[in-house]
Design a protein around this ligand. Sequence first.
Ligand code: NDP
Length: 362
Amino acid sequence: MSSLTAENLARATALWIAFVGGLFVLRKVVPGPMHRGQLLRDDTRKEYKLNAFYILLLVCALLAVGQVTHAFSLTTVHRLFWPLFVVGNALAILQSAWLFLRGRRARRARGDELKSVLHDFWFGAELNPDLWGVDLKMFAYVPSLIGLLVLNLSFAVAQWEALGHLTTRMMLYEAFFTIYVFNYFQFEYGMLHTWDVIAENFGFMLVWGDAPFVPFFYSIGGWFVLRNPEPMPAYQAVALCVLFGVGLWVFRGTNQQKHQYKENPSAPIWGRTPETVGGKLLVSGFWGIGRKLNYTGELMVYFSWTLCSGTESIVPYLLPLWLVCLFSHRAWRDEQRCHAKYGALWEEYCRRARFRMIPFLY
Ligand code: NDP
């Protein structure tokens, strides 16, 4: 592991800027399908070019070529983990300051009310800022999740170089993460219906949350998978595959059903015409079983790859535990918002879909 010397920090800065800058250029130039976003609070809709899946394929191809030809090894990323972490934090502060200044300027120009400096820095001063036609909030997921995948793959390369093979734990860990990230970008349009994109301004909270927080914290299990030499019994491997598969099915299926309903309210769900409350809230499919099963499915996925690290340490479990807290708080905040927006319809929906995340329990 590299220490925080000036030289390593300079290398990490160059690597980070090349990575995020390169992804930004790809976002701009790589073709992709156009999607219309949700109606925003100023009654407008944005058009998004969603090409993250193709960008991901390109990055994976480039990394594979770099690895095979020895032009660039992922062990560099593993070695520079802490310098990259420091640089990621510093650049998140700089980016948020820039967003704050341009957002406040735009609000002043429109004659909009200004909130406190701290509020606008933390939560953001603009809903959907863009740069050269690229929506910055939607773009932020690209370096965040591809960065997470790259960091995780660097653990596999480090293990390969140390042992000459990959353990079952490492293979499962990498397979689960890779499928998750590919699946996420395959359904990138689903993000257009998320609360962050529709309702949250783009400020430090989201900038820092996307990167460095997600890539560096969400890859925490990799350290423990790398260090765990304990063989994994076949029945455990099978159980983890089942947990991951069912979790992904629930997570993706729930989000997909809502997306499909918003796009085409009469399209069948599980083979039947969707039932709704007041024509606005879906009560069919997963949305009739629980109000936040997308969170439940994602938690199952997170537990599946965390369990690959074994039970030696509690540290990797901080990730799914953090998500349990985040989702519980988020579900509560989102329900307040839905109650304010839908009123009696929301109350009726809560009567029909009684549970949030765990049927019969919560
Ligand atoms: P949801 O995808 O559940 O979106 C909530 C919105 O959906 C509501 O505000 C409402 O918006 C609409 N809605 C709610 N219930 C219904 C219904 N029955 N019928 C129709 N519309 C409904 O939540 P999030 O945006 O929080 O999460 C999106 C995804 O992102 C989830 O899968 C979550 O797991 C994931 N996520 C992952 C995180 C991570 O760190 N891994 C962090 C945060 C989220 P409207 O006004 O449009 O009706």
